[in-house]
Structures are given as structure tokens and as C-alpha cells.
Design a protein around this ligand. Structure first.
Ligand code: FES
Length: 124
């Protein structure tokens, strides 16, 4: 599993950054977030399943491209897995592990988040 320290990437949001209210993401659903621009740009996304939220750096561990083709379309049609639109790799929603495709066994880079007073918030 990837253990890269996402916090060292340029533009990475800080502990306590509020992303959006939980109810602004469909259930199940996902939403992308962008911080900074240019060389300081940091892309991430959040997936929601029930009251649970999981966040990842928006970068496939296969070819290091963004995962989605269309804005906020990170899930399969069944909305039970994350899918990379480039070559179709599938990832668990809750731990980002790739279970099918060219990067099977690798994982998305997780970003710890929680819901505080209804707001999805980065906690580390
Ligand atoms: S870049 Fe994601 S599966 Fe190839």
C-alpha cells in the first residue's frame, strides 16, 4: 500500500481544512476538491458511503493521472467502487486498495477526514 506523505505535496490543505457539508455529496457519491494552482495545485476527492467519508489524492497509482473524466464521477455505475477512467482500475471505497486492473495491489493515497458538525474536515 502506498504510504506517501501527501502533506508534503505543494498546495496540500492543512489540518482542520473544511471541505464541504456532508449533505452536499450524494449517498453514495463523490466530489473532487482543488487547492492552489500551477505548481502549487493539489487535487483530491472525497467518497461518501452512508455516514462514512473517505478521501484520497486524485492520482491513480498506475499512470499517475487523475481518476475521473467528468467532474465528480469517481464511482462505478453500481456506485460501490472507485473507478479510474483511464484504464478501468477498480478501488475499494473505504481503503483505496486497487482490486482489479493494471495496478492491482497498489492503493490510492489516503487523506484522513472526518465529519465535524456536519462538515467534512481534514484531520491530519
Ligand atoms: S491510469 Fe488508472 S488504471 Fe491506468
Amino acid at each position: 500500500m502506498t504510504t506517501e506523505d501527501w502533506q508534503r505535496r505543494p498546495g496540500a490543505p492543512r489540518h482542520g481544512t473544511q471541505l464541504c457539508p456532508l449533505n452536499e455529496i450524494r449517498e453514495p457519491g463523490a466530489r473532487g476538491f482543488l487547492f492552489g494552482e500551477g505548481k502549487e495545485r493539489f487535487d483530491m476527492f472525497v467518497v461518501r458511503r452512508g455516514a462514512d467519508v473517505f478521501a484520497y489524492v486524485k492520482e491513480c497509482p498506475h499512470a499517475f493521472t487523475p481518476l475521473e473524466t467528468w467532474p465528480d464521477k469517481f464511482l462505478t455505475l453500481a456506485e460501490d467502487e472507485i473507478v479510474c477512467s483511464t484504464h478501468g482500475a477498480l478501488f475499494n471505497m473505504d481503503d483505496g486498495l486497487c482490486t482489479s486492473g493494471p495496478c492491482t495491489g497498489k492503493a490510492l493515497i489516503p487523506i484522513p477526514v472526518t465529519v465535524e458538525n456536519g462538515m467534512i474536515t481534514i484531520i491530519q
